[in-house]
Design a protein around this ligand. Structure first.
Ligand code: CMC
Length: 431
C-alpha cells in the first residue's frame, strides 16, 4: 500500500484495515490507531506506554538514541549555559523566548504571586513534624484549589494563565514552608528583590533574626538543576497531570497528582534514593557487593540514578550536570565527604561493567543532581521537592497546551482482561 498508511491484518480471520501514519516535525512517526477498535475490534496492548504517543505536543523534543533534549526547539545545552529557570519557564509556557519587556512583566507577575494565603498555614501546621515534605506538597498544593476560586474556570484563558503563574510562584514558598515546619522553624516570607532561585534559598535557610547569605555558587548550581528538570515531555508525572486534567479537574488538583507520581523512586524520587544508596554503601570496599546485587536477576535491588526509559546512549542532562557537579565539588573547599568518592567510583565501575554497558545503563540526571544537592547541604527529604518545583514549569505548560487541544478527550485506556470470565455468586456459608 503506497502513501502514509499501514495495513493491519488480523490473521485469525483475514480482516484488514488501513491506518494513517502521522509524521512529526522530527522523531518517530505514529500509527493513528484511534479507529482500530471500530474497524477491527482490537485494542493495542502497551503496558508502560513504551510505543504509545498519548498526545501531540509542541513543547519538548527528546531523541533517546542520540541523547537530544530540546525545549521548544532550543537545545538543552544552550539553555543550560545561557538562560535561567524563569526564562526557560516562559519559553515552555508561551513557546518563545521573552523579550526584555515580556520577561520583566512575567517576573513581576510571578513575584506578585509568591505569598500564599495565610489560611494555608493551618494545613501545613496540621502535618506531623516528621511528615515527608513530598507528602505535604501533595496535600498543600491540592489544597490551593480551596483558596483560589477566582482562577478555577479551566475554559477561561485568563483563569488558566493566572493559575499557571500562581503555581509557578507559590511552589518555592510552599516547599520552604514544608521544610521549615518539619524542622520546627518559623516561616520566612518571600522577598521581591531576589531572583526566583535566590528567593527559594532565602525562604528555606534565613531566620527572622538572621538573613541567610545567599551563595552565588549555590544559586548557579540550583539554576542549573532547575532548568534541566523543567520539562521532559510525556514522563509519568506529566502524563499523570494530563490524565487528571482530561476529566476537567482544576489545575491545582492536577499538579498535586503530578507531584504524587513524581515521588516514586523510579521517577523523581531517584535523586533522594541515590544519596540513600550511597549512604548505605558507606565503604568503597562494599561497591562490588552492591554491583553484584544490582546484576542479580533474583534480587530486586537496582543502582539508583542509573538507566532511563528513553535515553539509551546517554542522558544529555547528565552530561551537562556531571560537569557542573565536578566543578562544584572542586569549587567547594572542605567538601571532602567519603560519599562523593564512593559516587565517583560507582560511576566508573558501572560504566566499565558489561551488564551496564549491554543494557545502556548510564548515570542519569538524578545521579548527579542528588550529589549536587547533597553538596549544597539541601536536606535529603527535600531533593524530590526540588525536582517537583522545577518540573512545575513543564506540568503547567503541558496542561495549558492540552486545554486548547481539540483532539484531547477524557483519558480512558482499555485493558486486556485476564480474570475469571463469569461465575455465580455463592453465599458466605457455602464458600
Ligand atoms: N540497576 C540495575 N539494573 C537495571 C537498572 C538499574 N538502575 N535499570 C534497569 N536495569 C536493568 C533491568 O533489570 C533490565 O534488565 P534485564 O533486561 O536483564 O531484565 C534492563 O536493565 C531494562 O530495565 P527496565 O526496567 O526494563 O527499564 P525501564 O525503561 O522500564 O526503566 C528506569 C527505566 C529509569 C525506571 C530504570 O532504569 C530504573 O529503575 N532506574 C533506577 C531509578 C532511577 O534512577 N530513576 C530516575 C530516572 S531519570 C529521572 C526521571 O526521568 O524521572
Amino acid at each position: 500500500m503506497a502513501g502514509n498508511n499501514v495495513t493491519i491484518t488480523d490473521n485469525r480471520n483475514g480482516n484488514s484495515a488501513e491506518f494513517e501514519i502521522l509524521d512529526p516535525v522530527v522523531g518517530n512517526s505514529s500509527i493513528d490507531v484511534r479507529q482500530l477498535t471500530s474497524k477491527l475490534g482490537l485494542f493495542t496492548y502497551d503496558p508502560g506506554f513504551q510505543a504509545t504517543a498519548s498526545c501531540k505536543s509542541d513543547i519538548t523534543y527528546i531523541d533517546g538514541d542520540e541523547g537530544i533534549l530540546r525545549y521548544r526547539g532550543y537545545p538543552i545545552e544552550q539553555l543550560a549555559n545561557q538562560s535561567n529557570y524563569l526564562e526557560g519557564s516562559y519559553l515552555l509556557m508561551y513557546g518563545e523566548l521573552p523579550t526584555a519587556e515580556q520577561f520583566q512583566a512575567f517576573e513581576a507577575s510571578i513575584k506578585n504571586h509568591t505569598i500564599v494565603h495565610e489560611g494555608l498555614m493551618q494545613f501545613i501546621n496540621g502535618f506531623h513534624n516528621d511528615a515527608h515534605p513530598m507528602a505535604m506538597m501533595v496535600g498543600v498544593v491540592g489544597a490551593l484549589s480551596s483558596f483560589y476560586h477566582d482562577s478555577l474556570d479551566i475554559n477561561n484563558p485568563a483563569h488558566r494563565d493566572l493559575s499557571a503563574h500562581r503555581l509557578l510562584a507559590k511552589m518555592p514558598t510552599i516547599a520552604a514552608l514544608c521544610y521549615r515546619h518539619g524542622n520546627g522553624l518559623p516561616p520566612i516570607y518571600p522577598r521581591n528583590d531576589l531572583s526566583y532561585i535566590e528567593n527559594l534559598l532565602h525562604m528555606m535557610f534565613s531566620f527572622p533574626s538572621e538573613e541567610y547569605k545567599i551563595s552565588p555558587i549555590a544559586t548557579r548550581a540550583m539554576e542549573l538543576v532547575f532548568i534541566l528538570h523543567a520539562d521532559h515531555e510525556q514522563n509519568a508525572s506529566t502524563s499523570t497531570v494530563r490524565l487528571s486534567s482530561s476529566s476537567g479537574a482544576n489545575p491545582y488538583a492536577c499538579i498535586a497528582a503530578g507531584i504524587a507520581s513524581l515521588w516514586g523512586p523510579a521517577h523523581g524520587g531517584a535523586n533522594e534514593a541515590v544519596i540513600r544508596m550511597l549512604e548505605e554503601i558507606n565503604d568503597p570496599a562494599e561497591l562490588p557487593n552492591y554491583i553484584a546485587r544490582a546484576k542479580d536477576k533474583d534480587d530486586q535491588y537496582r543502582l539508583m540514578g542509573f538507566g532511563h526509559r528513553i535515553y539509551k546512549n546517554y542522558d544529555p542532562r547528565a552530561t551537562i550536570i556531571r560537569k557542573a557537579c565536578n566543578d562544584l565539588l572542586d569549587e567547594m573547599e572542605g567538601i571532602n565527604q567519603p560519599m562523593f568518592e564512593i559516587a565517583k567510583q560507582l560511576e566508573r565501575i558501572a560504566l566499565e561493567d558489561e551488564y551496564f554497558i549491554e543494557r545502556n545503563l548510564y548515570p542519569n540526571v538524578d545521579f548527579y543532581s542528588g550529589i549536587i544537592l547533597k553538596a549544597l547541604d539541601m536536606p535529603l527529604n527535600m531533593f524530590t521537592v526540588v525536582f517537583a518545583m522545577a518540573r512545575t514549569a513543564g506540568w503547567i505548560s503541558q496542561w495549558s497546551e492540552m486545554m486548547v487541544d481539540d483532539e484531547q478527550r477524557i483519558g480512558r485506556p482499555r485493558q486486556l482482561y485476564t480474570g475469571v470470565e463469569l461465575r455465580d455468586y455463592v453465599g458466605v456459608g457455602e464458600r
